[in-house]
Write a protein that binds this ligand. Sequence first.
Ligand code: PLP
Length: 384
Amino acid sequence: MLNFDHAASTPAHPDVIRTIAEVMAVHSGNPSSIHRSGEAASKLLERSREVCAEALDVKPGEIVFTSGATESNNLAIKGVMLGRSDGRRHIVTTQIEHSSVYESCRQLESLGFETTYVQPESDGTVSTDRLLAAVRQDTALVSIMHVNNETGAVQPIEEIGRRLKSLDSRVLLHVDGVQGFGRLALDLKAASIDLYSVSAHKIRGPRGVGLLFVREGVRLFPLLSGGGQEGGLRAGTENVASIVGAAKAFRLAAEGRTERAAKMKAFRDTLVKEVRLHQALTLTEPIKPAPHIVHFTFPGLKSQVILHTLEELGMLVSAQSACAAKTEKPSRVLSAMGREREHATSGIRLSLGDEHTQEDIRLLSEALDKAVRRLAPLRGESDN
Ligand code: PLP
């Protein structure tokens, strides 16, 4: 079985697995304890913070470890809005964010906050003009993803950051960097990003660890209260072994980014050519695509049917984001892009990882060809 669902999760790197096992075997201390064992754990934790800070080119004190990007996004959005005391109660985000951003905003709305969800252009890119036009005098936060997890559309984060700050320097910018980190370059300082979410399991680290970059001076209302860990922003005994493993994954992802992106881009180009060969498929073509995601639709069929046919042919792919995979509802992202229902219910995402080879790509192309030949005559039989 070949796994082409790396945007959902990636296989942990062997060095990461080894590191986690070693730390778990040797270190049993609680980093908050003041005895030797606790101090050893605390040292490992702080060293991991330094490694992650280096990978993001920020200060160690600006890193908050979390349980993953869902928590990072929740902490960024709710933390800013609940911590703000200047009466600003409006958020600007987009219609194509991950559910952890979308649902955080929805929850805040139930508490009296307001959100504007900006529509993307038809290729899946969010226009900076349109986004900034939604900013009001009472806007506290703009939250936007770097790379869309479904279509791979890269958003103009640098331009948004630059122009947002000259429009109103008191509006904070949060970027969900989950699908961009380790694949695309991003200078957090130059882009004036105040908060940045990343997840370890998307870059060959362990599941259940992420981090939030919080620019020095940005105030957040903590979502978890307790022992005051993580600078008071995230109470709870830290998952030291997984954090040490995650730091290794962050370092590897940052160090190998240029070569990884170039290799993925070449593989993506091959797959795009294969998709274009089939009239029955419609390639989703963002103006600026991320190197690791290829998305297409197969109108007349349900995503699940295509996905399971590819699975029978030995290929693991996905329909929408992993969290939405079990629903048969039209994709929220494709619907926001103005795609008709028959497209919004028939999307397939192929996502690449750094361990894929030329031969894997050839096998995937072959399987795609077989799947299209097998399924094209069945189009229209499922009630799209
Ligand atoms: N944001 C994006 C863009 C994602 O793709 C994901 C994962 O699918 C998340 C956030 C959530 O990450 P985690 O699985 O670490 O909670």
